[in-house]
Design a protein around this ligand. Structure first.
Ligand code: SF4
Ligand code: SF4
Length: 104
């Protein structure tokens, strides 16, 4: 645990809809891991960075993210999102680092 990371408040999936910080933290983050081809095929090709094996990003922001960080955000491929995105849970360490980065 990063000693600079704040202690986790109680966050829920509802908070994600006004956050989006983890989706705009690092282009290295939304990488594919154990997804099989059929799972990846559910993600529109325009959002996939084949060369780097991850979601296509604009800077650090995943191109599948819609909306404004800290105001209202939506993952436009939510049902097909990569495993790393499913594993980031509101209030966990990765979440808190991303939120802190955005001043949330
Ligand atoms: S940083 Fe945390 S609260 Fe924000 S969208 Fe990601 S998981 Fe949800
Ligand atoms: S795929 Fe969806 S949940 Fe994952 S980083 Fe992109 S916008 Fe966020």
């Amino acid at each position: 645990m990063n000693s600079q990371t704040r202690s986790a408040p109680s966050l829920t999936a509802d908070d994600c809809q006004i956050c989006g910080a983890c989706c705009n933290y690092s282009c290295e983050w939304p990488r594919f891991s154990l997804e099989d081809p059929a799972t990846l095929a559910q993600i529109p090709a325009v959002y996939i960075d084949d060369e780097n094996g991850r979601m296509r990003c604009d800077g650090n922001r995943c191109t599948a993210l819609d909306g404004d960080i800290g105001v209202k955000t939506t993952c436009t491929i939510y049902e097909a999102r990569p495993y790393v995105c499913r594993d980031c849970l509101p209030g966990d360490e990765a979440c808190m680092i991303a939120r802190q980065h955005h001043g949330l």
